[in-house]
Write a protein that binds this ligand. Structure first.
Ligand SMILES: C[S@@+](CC[C@H](N)C(=O)[O-])C[C@H]1O[C@@H](n2cnc3c(N)ncnc32)[C@H](O)[C@@H]1O
Length: 310
């Protein structure tokens, strides 16, 4: 089986995000440029995406507040993520932003950026010249680059082309990505990151607690779509999620399931989104939340005190 079903998970994530944005779960002024199709999803799916986006954004904000304008972001398996543009809207200035994904995905993203002036204008504004190849985009501080993350040599070359500096505080984001990559490749990548960057944070959002009936059904659904879950062993529980950072040279790691993450969101914000759609199946939402987590691993001591409180 090739990598196409893995790349297709990006279409699914982007469609779900667009659907939830359309209903008002959170604001994203750019996702509609990347996704035309909206399919109505169940309320628990929308709430799940809300918690995912809020939870990941929380650590991104904390990282940027601490690291300041020296911050660099490397978004691994970024798909059609709109974070770069959302940060621009907030007036955030950082030193470098790199998105990496399979060349098939980045070439589609580059095409959308070229086609939609508001996306391109945001890059021009700060970054001046924008250079495109069929799969890559380079500008002053935004880069969208095609790479197979299993190929460390290619990864190094791409980060070099993007002028990422190893001594600047660097945030790595992997949102539902590592589960598709064999553990030995993920380990190699984490080892390279921990031995190369002096200070930084890695945010990983993905499955956990998979060894029960609900987990079996969830994984069965993904496999039925042809997705090989090559990295599933590390998703066994929160401990295995943390261990992979500890075993690959990170200074420390913490992990929370999405029940904890959801309850850390301000009550007013939770009340607001809970009114958007009536949720019949509370139990199903809790089960879904129990099977996903956010894990952070840090390098150096600058980010060791981060917690989920939003
Ligand atoms: C579920 S999507 C998530 C996209 C984005 N992170 C988000 O949360 O919206 C997984 C992404 O990881 C990418 N991916 C998985 N394995 C990869 C690999 N070996 N190299 C590059 N990208 C990969 C896929 O192409 C896809 O875009």
């Amino acid at each position: 089986m090739g990598d196409e079903p893995i790349m297709a998970t990006n279409d699914d994530a982007s469609e779900c995000k667009r659907g939830a944005v359309q209903l008002g779960y959170w604001t994203d002024n750019y996702i509609h440029y990347f996704v035309r199709h909206i399919e109505k999803k169940a309320p628990e799916i929308n709430r799940g995406y809300f918690a995912r986006v809020k939870g990941v954004d929380n650590f991104i904000q904390k990282f940027i507040n601490r690291a300041g304008s020296n911050a660099q972001i490397v978004n691994l398996g970024a798909g059609f993520d709109t974070l770069y543009w959302r940060l621009k809207d907030e007036g955030v200035v950082i030193s470098g932003y790199v998105e990496l994904d399979f060349p098939t995905v980045t070439s589609k993203k580059c095409y959308m950026i070229k086609r939609h002036k508001p996306l391109l204008d945001r890059i021009y504004e700060q970054d001046g010249e924008v250079r495109f190849s069929s799969t890559d985009l380079h500008s002053g501080n935004f880069h969208c680059l095609g790479v197979d993350l299993r190929n460390i040599q290619q990864l190094k070359e791409k980060l070099h082309q993007a002028e990422i500096k190893f001594d600047k505080p660097t945030l790595f984001i992997a949102e539902c990505v590592l589960v598709y990559i064999e553990n030995n490749w993920v380990n190699r990548m984490l080892q390279w990151i921990s031995t190369t960057f002096s200070t930084g944070l890695f945010i990983n959002y993905e499955m956990c607690n998979i060894n029960d009936t609900f987990g079996d059904i969830m994984l069965g659904n993904l496999r039925a779509r042809g997705c090989t879950l090559a990295g599933i062993a590390q998703c066994k529980n929160l401990e295995t999620q943390k261990n992979r950072f500890m075993e690959n040279g990170f200074m420390g790691a913490k992990a929370w399931d999405m029940v904890q993450v959801y309850h850390s969101i301000e009550p007013s914000e939770r009340n607001r989104i809970e009114k958007i759609e009536f949720l019949d199946e509370q139990e199903l939402l809790i089960q879904l939340f129990q099977h996903y987590c956010i894990c952070i691993g840090w390098l150096g001591n600058d980010f060791a005190d981060f917690e989920i409180e939003i």
